[in-house]
Design a protein around this ligand. Structure first.
Ligand code: UD1
Ligand code: CA
Length: 454
């Protein structure tokens, strides 16, 4: 990473009206993380020492999320929405302190990569006063056009202000811009608002720097990276691009995805090598899948670890705190929450395991429920190594089943069971030979007699 210091300013004062949402637009999620979280993370990943976020009025939820994501990030309020230059100037105290590079990012543009930003920083390191990331737009309508003369970027013309010749340019401003820290305050201070929208355009800094004889460069990136999200359809498109990247990375890392287009990752999902993921699997945040594990179809995982060669699903739900050790098996219609399933243990059918430990090699029979909640508090169940829990048992926590113990099927276990003991807690069987036949015969006779005419 460059030894130059870096400040990232993220513009997030946009109103979310086109999202039809009560929430700030940049709080909407891509890959289970708020868009603004992606951008803050991008700033951290390029080694920016400081981040500043420009928010609009009434942004308490947004401020809280920024504080949670990056406690050191400064937050500035743009009280009136007077344009992108005006927004950056709201963060002027951040660049009052000396800094080499200032990068401007948008909070609603979550797919920009560190590699692309490295190009901007390289241009600044090479002496550019302003460096702008552009892309060849499939449809340039609405974007600012990058006007170049012999390798120098001489102007950015906003669509509304462009003439016909300029509108034919397909090379467009992504919005990502870099400024030399020593110049930004001066350049921005000279931007006016004499344009079609009556706004202070950040993009005007390009012509001003040119007038000073400064070096100004346009760099090229991929249009997909610069997708800005203004409505729910664009949010879904950003999600799709994000997922395609994640699926490719998982496969690159040695995972088999039988139908990659049906597997959904979170921003932080970690998938090892020789992992197989069957179709229709969803990963929420905080999942680690270790080498050789198998995630079968229609499973939902969040906040959990799947150990080496463990098997999950089909139709399993692993909730936060589920920790499956090596070779553990969690089968169909099983839900695991805040529990460890130790090495080689099996929980194969129709079971709820919450606030529990399932010891190594234990077998939990179909339909077992850990009754962990009494309506007020949560209680623990401890199942020892090699224990066998018969089907349809209810383990009423707090309860401890010793190593190697057997719990008979259908038990409601309210007491601890010592190691290697048998515990059965159910009614005694009652068998009466011939009773059913006699019963039917009697009832039929009663019915026949009642139906006879008197
Ligand atoms: C901007 C660029 C345009 C570029 C396009 C890329 C300018 C003048 N134009 O146009 O060249 O092609 O982005 O998508 O910069 N914002 C604030 N406060 C403001 C105004 C904007 O925070 O007062 C934020 C918005 O929330 C948004 C970003 O700045 O994240 C861009 O603003 P927007 O109004 O969408 O600019 P565009 O017209 O799309
Ligand atoms: Ca925009």
């Amino acid at each position: 990473m460059s030894a130059r210091s870096c400040l990232v300013i993220i513009l997030a004062a946009g109103e979310g009206t086109r999202m039809k949402s009560m929430r700030s637009k940049v709080l909407h999620e891509v890959g289970s993380r708020a868009m603004i979280g992606h951008v803050l993370n991008l700033a951290a990943s390029i080694g920016a020492e400081r981040s500043a976020v420009v928010v609009g009025p009434d942004a308490s939820e947004l401020r809280a999320l920024v504080a949670r994501t990056d406690a050191k990030a400064a937050v500035f309020e743009q009280t009136e929405r007077l344009g992108t230059a005006h927004a950056v100037l709201a963060a002027a105290p951040a660049f009052a302190e000396p800094v080499d590079d200032v990068l401007i990012l948008y909070g609603d543009t979550p797919l920009v990569t560190p590699e692309t930003l490295a190009k901007v920083r390289a241009a600044l390191a090479g002496g550019a006063e302003v460096a702008v990331l552009g892309f060849e737009a499939a449809d340039p309508t609405g974007y600012g056009r990058l006007v170049e003369v012999g390798g120098q970027l001489v102007a950015i013309r906003e669509h509304r202000d462009a003439d016909d010749r300029e509108r034919r340019i397909r090379f467009c401003n992504s919005g990502v811009m870099g400024f030399a820290g020593a110049k930004i305050a001066d350049l921005l201070g000279r931007i006016g608002n004499a344009n079609a929208k009556g706004e202070y355009y950040l993009t005007d800094a390009v012509e001003i720097a040119n007038g000073d004889g400064g070096k100004v460069m346009a760099l090229k990136g991929d249009e997909l990276e610069f997708l800005g999200v203004n409505n729910r359809a664009e949010l879904a498109r950003a999600e799709r691009i994000f997922q395609e990247r994640r699926r490719a990375a998982a496969m690159e890392g040695g995972a088999t995805l039988i139908a990659p287009e049906t597997v959904f990752f979170a921003y932080d999902t970690r998938v090892g090598a020789d992992v197989t993921i069957e179709p229709n699997v969803f990963f929420g945040p905080g999942v680690v899948v270790e080498d050789g594990a198998e995630i079968r179809a229609f499973s939902h995982l969040e906040g959990c670890r799947v150990g080496p060669n463990a098997q999950v699903g089909p139709y399993a739900r692993l909730r936060p705190g589920a920790d499956l050790a090596e070779n553990a098996k969690v089968g169909n219609f099983v839900e695991i929450k805040k529990s460890t399933v130790e090495r080689g243990a099996k929980v194969n059918h129709l079971t709820y395991i919450g606030d529990a430990r399932v010891g190594a090699g234990a077998n939990v029979g179909a339909g077992t429920i850990t009754c962990n909640y009494d309506g007020f508090g949560k209680f623990k169940t401890d199942i020892g190594a090699g224990a066998f829990i018969g089907s349809n048992s209810a383990l009423v926590a707090p309860v401890k089943i010793g190593d190697g113990a057997i719990v008979g099927a259908g038990s409601v276990m309210t007491h601890d069971v010592p190691a290697d003991a048998l515990a059965v807690a159910r009614g005694h069987p009652l068998v009466r030979e011939g009773w059913a036949a006699a019963f039917r015969k009697r009832r039929q006779r009663e019915k026949d007699e009642a139906g006879k005419p008197k």
